[in-house]
Design a protein around this ligand. Structure first.
Ligand SMILES: *Cc1c(COP(=O)(O)O)cnc(C)c1O
Length: 383
């Protein structure tokens, strides 16, 4: 059935795709072993390195983000090795499932949803157990909207023989992540969040010491063999058949991001976050993550009162306004609504999101929440 209104995806993946990227992907496919496509991959490498702030190769994998997480656990560690998993939500728990399936011995640092880690706590755990060889964490925990202090954790880890594996799936291209300068050993992202692409690609980069480790681990996963992928990457190829159209779309998306400039993209994400937080507070909603410096820049989570379960509100926002919001995950399903503002989303989309939410609440909020939100947006941009 057609609709008189646009559908707006204010979700933490997938996110809207710019026309430039859709049209690039609609062109006839180049063959993945021919020179024209090798040029695309070579240029992608240059741009991906800028995106990750690394001089290491950034390996594209044909899978969703979780495939990148799987590749990290299977390539960097051998069964029986001990690792620390820092989890504060749904995606942190996914790390735990993956490392267990890899046969690793997991020490778990667990926080309540909405909380973050203290780097000193991680230091103490590493001091207490020198057998720990890796730390797994999220940069941004998408289930709650928490931004973890990965830069500070990296500073604790880099002086030790411990690898820091960071899931940056909802952080890279959304807020600053400086892989080499921070000292992240393995950085992962996916295509369908900040990168303005459809789902289907994961990206993984390893530090020099992580590559050394990967070369010493016997491959036990036929598809995700990063040493083979790296050898192919150096020849501007992928090991298996390339996801050609996605990699062509990536070329256009990265070109756009770098044309805008990553600093401007981060500024926009910051301004949208301020807009969302101001608008929601003015509406009388309770922000799930309150601490300054600890909320992610790509989505804003709302803690719902018990009298207002999330799913009917999310359903109404879609039905009446065409806006796709997301309820919580796992045991937060009815407790949280997530208003995402990542990727190819601007202030007008977010204004639509704030309106759709307000419209769908059992009691309409009073006051000029939209004006206040837009004022906060312009102020955050320094306008
Ligand atoms: C979206 C997301 C994932 C999972 O990605 P898929 O593409 O669904 O496999 C993992 N971690 C974080 C932090 C995410 O936001």
């Amino acid at each position: 059935m057609s609709s008189i209104q646009a559908t707006r995806m204010l979700t933490p993946g997938p996110t809207p795709i710019p026309d430039r990227v859709r049209l690039a992907m609609a062109a006839p496919l180049p063959h993945h072993r021919k020179d024209a496509f090798k040029t695309v991959l070579a240029e992608n490498q240059v741009m991906l390195k800028k995106l990750f702030c690394t001089s290491s190769p950034v390996i594209p994998l044909a899978c969703s983000g979780t495939g990148g997480m799987t590749a990290a656990a299977f390539n960097l560690f051998s069964p029986g090795e001990k690792v620390l998993v820092a989890t504060a939500g749904y995606f942190g728990n996914r790390w735990l499932d993956i490392v267990k399936m890899r046969g690793l011995e997991a020490v778990v640092l667990s926080k309540n949803a909405g909380e973050s880690f203290d780097p000193e706590e991680i230091r103490a755990l590493l001091d207490a157990d020198p057998a720990i060889r890796g730390v797994f964490m999220q940069i941004s925990e998408t289930s709650t909207g928490v931004l973890h202090p990965v830069k500070e954790v990296a500073a604790v880890i880099r002086e030790r023989d411990v690898l820091l594996v960071a899931d940056g799936i909802s952080a890279v291209s959304i807020s600053p992540v400086d892989m080499d300068a921070w000292g992240i050993d393995c950085l992962i992202t996916g295509s369908q969040k900040g990168l303005m692409l459809p789902p289907g690609l994961a990206f993984i980069a390893l530090s020099p010491r992580a590559w050394k480790k990967a070369e010493s681990v016997a491959p036990q996963c036929y598809y995700f063999d990063l040493v083979q992928e790296k050898a192919n990457c150096e020849k501007n190829q992928t090991h298996y058949t390339s996801p050609i159209s996605l990699l062509v779309g990536l070329h256009e998306a990265l070109t756009m991001l770098l044309e805008f400039g990553m600093d401007n993209i981060f500024k926009k994400q910051w301004a949208l976050t301020q807009m969302a937080r101001t608008g929601l507070s003015a509406m009388g909603m309770d922000l799930f993550v309150k601490e300054e410096g600890r909320y992610t820049w790509g989505l804003t989570s709302i803690l719902m009162p018990d009298s207002m379960p999330a799913s009917p509100i999310v359903a109404r926002a879609f039905k009446d306004c065409g806006v796709i919001l997301t309820a919580g995950q796992g045991n937060l399903k009815e407790k949280v609504i997530r208003l995402a503002h990542m990727g190819w989303v601007d202030w007008a989309d977010l204004a639509a999101g704030l309106h759709a939410l307000a419209w769908s609440l059992p009691e309409k909020p009073e006051g000029a929440y939209l004006e206040k939100a837009l004022e906060a947006y312009h102020k955050a941009l320094g306008e």
